[in-house]
Write a new protein. Structure first.
Length: 314
């Protein structure tokens, strides 16, 4: 069997989702919007092998096996993940949390499984439905650019579409990876116990419309403000759940404080976080270099990024 390879880019959730109303189909409670990066990605290959399953950085991964099996079963119910070997690696490698590697991995593995098991490749919308079975965020990573995941009532109505790219908004990012032991799956379950969850669902759904309008209107400041507001809401849910889960770290708070200082100095800089302590700083082409230097001066490794494209087979 020939070897197939794919690459997919991580994404930053500009309006994040938390919690799933259908865990099997991985359907969120509300829409979400993200933008792909250009500096962080997953590369994966699929080959025939006696030692089958998903291997991340050379190590077997049971969680990825389970998620990918849902995709394989949809494409060919007679096949198992262990019928072939999938090697996946994240670049740059590391143990950061909240970067979006589950989204890029899901997108890359979806393309590979589809190439191997399906007769022809469907449109991106249909592919996004399959990628969603790995992770809801993978459907957005797969289509690339600025994308929106529509949280429908069922499998057919829940899909991702790209609605803009760098020609609409030349967003620049500075990404600061930070480690954490918190599992995203645990956070998704935890937020359902927050007394503010229903309000969050309503607020985030409305914010998606405002965010999409700001992106299409080339309004970086509004995009930044909306992403910051969404970040604070998201993390407030985890902190007000039954376990009082705090995902932000001292490093996260320190970086957020510096971003606010930069904005007071006239720099376009807005922080954003996903389900993890890692921080994205949304900025402009003009100010990206200054933001990068400021973060590195604090002692953190940071990565500049632009708006990334869709997942592709190599």
């Amino acid at each position: 069997m020939a070897e197939y390879r794919a690459v997919a880019y991580t994404m930053q959730g500009l309006v994040k989702y938390h919690g799933l109303k259908d865990w099997k189909l991985r359907i969120p409670y509300h829409d979400s919007i993200s933008v792909n990066t250009t500096s962080m990605k997953t590369e994966a290959s699929i080959t025939d092998s006696r030692q089958g399953g998903v291997f991340i950085e050379g190590k077997a991964n049971d969680s990825a096996n389970s998620r990918l099996q849902a995709i394989v079963s949809r494409l060919d119910p007679s096949k198992k993940v262990t019928d072939f070997r999938i090697d996946s690696r994240n670049l740059p490698s590391g143990k950061a949390k909240g970067i979006g590697y589950s989204s890029s991995a899901g997108a890359a593995l979806t393309l590979l499984a589809h190439r191997l098991l399906a007769e022809q490749r469907p449109e991106l919308r249909e592919l996004s439905k399959t990628a969603r079975l790995f992770a809801a965020s993978a459907s957005r990573s797969l289509v690339g650019g600025f994308s929106r995941l529509y949280a429908g009532k069922d499998d057919e109505g829940t899909y991702a579409e790209r609605f803009a790219d760098s020609r609409d908004l030349d967003l620049r990012m500075v990404i600061v990876p930070l480690p954490s032991r918190v599992r995203t799956e645990d956070a998704h379950r935890e937020v359902l116990t927050s007394p503010f969850f229903a309000a969050r669902v309503e607020s985030a759904q409305k914010r998606c419309d405002s965010m999409q309008k700001a992106i299409l209107g080339n309004d970086l400041d509004e995009v930044g403000r909306l992403a910051e507001r969404d970040t604070l809401e998201l993390h407030s849910l985890t902190m007000t759940g039954d376990s009082g889960l705090v995902i932000m770290t001292e490093d996260s708070i320190r970086i957020i404080g510096r971003v606010r200082e930069l904005r007071e100095e006239g720099v376009k800089a807005y922080y954003s976080m996903q389900t993890g302590p890692s921080v994205f700083v949304n900025t402009s082409d003009r100010d990206q270099g200054r933001v990068l230097k400021a973060i590195e001066k604090l002692g953190y490794r940071a990565y500049p990024s632009g708006v990334g494209g869709e997942a592709t087979l190599l």
